[in-house]
Design a binder for this molecule. Sequence first.
Ligand code: PMV
Length: 310
Amino acid sequence: MQNAPAKIILFGEHAVVYGQPAIAVPFGTLTATATAVPAPPGAGLTILARDLHAVLHVHSGSETLDNALTYAAQLTLARAGAAPPDLTLEVGSTIPIGSGFGSGAAISAALIRELAAALGARFDNETVNGLVYEVEKLYHGTPSGIDNTVVVYNMPVYFVRGQAPELFGVGRPLTFVIANSGVSASTKESVGDVRKLYEAQPDQIGPILEQIGALVRSARAAIQSGDLPTIGRLMDEDHELLRQLTVSSPLLDDLCAAAREAGALGAKLSGGGRGGNVIALAEPSAAYRVSSAFRAAGAAHLWTMTLEAR
Ligand code: PMV
């Protein structure tokens, strides 16, 4: 069995599409898994996704561009130079879909690794990352690559589009409360809207993207030195800049305000925005209060995550 974690973006979403840095971390409480089960001779390759009520037969040759699971399997077969084996790949996931947790990337990563292993092919992380990125493009148009990178390498990364991911130190443990708004929103759409805005008003939007980049560089230093108040302040600032990019919503703003009032050191939306998740940084002693405030402000699901010092 292979698994891959969910991911959370801490800083820099949207600006990362324009070459600015971003910081994201794995969220291992939620995972996607893939398990290969031998099938009778002649059965061919089938993907069984119980959560999606889907049974997919995979043929090599022409690529199926309308299904990410089938496409991921076809890319894996092509890379391994193999014909479809007699195998059932069972995929499952505890990661909510369309919520900014990178569920698609995690499922692709688990599936590609499990199929490659069943074929006896050795794929390193770079190879898996490249294939997952190809699958991501199906649904996200022009993704920056941050989702697949965090999910495949399973480590906190400082990410710049087109560059090798950089690891960074964490000076003190960081406790985050994560709230899902219960609203599922399309990242492709919010990324497209920011693009239109940028093209219509480059002189206003360009500097906002640069401010986000500068803030991410400061956040990296603050995470390294364990300066919690600064990390929190930068989260608030990043949220405000994302709001100016039109990717927040009244609900996300309310959730962040409620967390701050309950004692969070900072709060912001995470991911594509308009729905999906918000995250708050809290002292461990305040995490429960922040979590309750999120719930009272309308959060649908809540999690607490600690990023350990290292
Ligand atoms: O909605 P998510 O969590 O998949 O995050 C998207 C992050 C963006 O920066 C908005 C887009 C991208 O491709 O990086």
